[in-house]
Design a protein around this ligand. Structure first.
Ligand SMILES: [Zn+2]
Length: 290
């Protein structure tokens, strides 16, 4: 009975969380929920469709490496908001590539492409090359403060998203679902192509290195860790915001995700934090301002 409730709860949580497309890295293996702990060193094997899956394999866990505390200074000219020293929190940032809104109502065009590069210590994870240095700086700073983080998932191409989505649709078709219902069900587990922020190259699922080594899934309990506290205190300094906060689920349409961070640029991040805005709200303000 208890097991039934637990598995039901897990399914509900996952269904809510998956909608943003955080998962969906790979589902070539069985989709059964395994209770086995994540190996200390990420292996090349998939953990299953409903597990905490990294975007690649063979990546070192920061907590196990001797990551230095030195900050990598990003190239100022590559930021959407260079010259942010003065009072950025009070001036609404103008729309730019950093504040691009991607959600179910605002999908990326099918031919969307972005220049990405791999992240230091994560050869299999890539990020928009204009924001990659800030992401690296944030990871390094956290490690330097005794809060080693782990990058679970970053950029995923629209083409890859499409393949994952179609695989899921086919799964439901094979179970004799009607085509429309199969798509509907699939979208609960894998975001439709172009509607996941991970397709944009500016979203990162981040947990603590310790969490990664001891949990199979991304769950709300991550908020109880010092690493989450660190992220909340410092991510804005690196141009990131918590994209799906608990008090904005009605606006974002996505459940609370303490692991999903979105790069918007430092000015926009500071402004959003100061005014308690999610990206949909910033976007609305920008539209209203013309
Ligand atoms: Zn995510």
């Amino acid at each position: 009975m208890v097991r039934k409730i637990v598995s039901l709860l897990t399914v509900c949580l996952l269904a809510a969380a998956l909608f943003c497309g955080c998962w969906g890295k790979d589902d070539s293996s069985s989709s059964s929920a395994q209770a086995t702990p994540t190996p200390t060193t990420p292996s090349s094997g998939s953990l299953g469709a409903d597990s905490m899956m990294p975007d690649g394999s063979g990546t070192t866990v920061p907590g196990n490496s001797s990551s230095g505390s030195s900050s990598v200074m990003p190239d100022e000219s590559m930021r959407p908001d260079s010259g942010m020293d003065n009072n950025s929190a009070s001036v609404r940032p103008t729309a730019n590539w950093g504040t691009m809104l991607v959600n179910a109502e605002n999908p990326l065009p099918g031919d969307f492409s972005v220049k990405t590069r791999s992240i230091e210590k994560y050869p299999d994870r890539s990020f928009d090359e204009r924001a990659a240095a800030d992401l690296e700086a944030m990871l390094n700073a956290a490690a330097g403060d005794g809060c080693p983080l782990y990058l679970v998932s970053t950029y995923r191409s629209v083409a890859r998203q499409k393949a994952l989505y179609e695989r899921k649709v086919n799964f439901y078709l094979s179970k004799n679902y009607e085509p429309e219902l199969a798509k509907e069900q699939a979208a609960k587990w894998v975001a439709a192509p172009g509607t996941s922020e991970h397709n944009l190259g500016l979203a990162a699922d981040i947990v603590s290195a310790k969490w990664y080594n001891t949990h199979d899934d991304l769950t709300e309990e991550f908020e109880d860790t010092p690493e989450f506290e660190w992220l909340m205190a410092h991510c804005v300094e690196y141009g990131f915001v918590l994209r799906y906060p608990s008090d904005k689920t009605g606006t974002t349409g996505i459940g609370y995700e303490p692991w999903h961070y979105r790069y918007v640029g430092r000015d926009a991040a500071a402004y959003m934090k100061a005014h308690n805005l999610c990206l949909e709200e910033l976007h609305a303000e920008q539209l209203a301002a013309g």
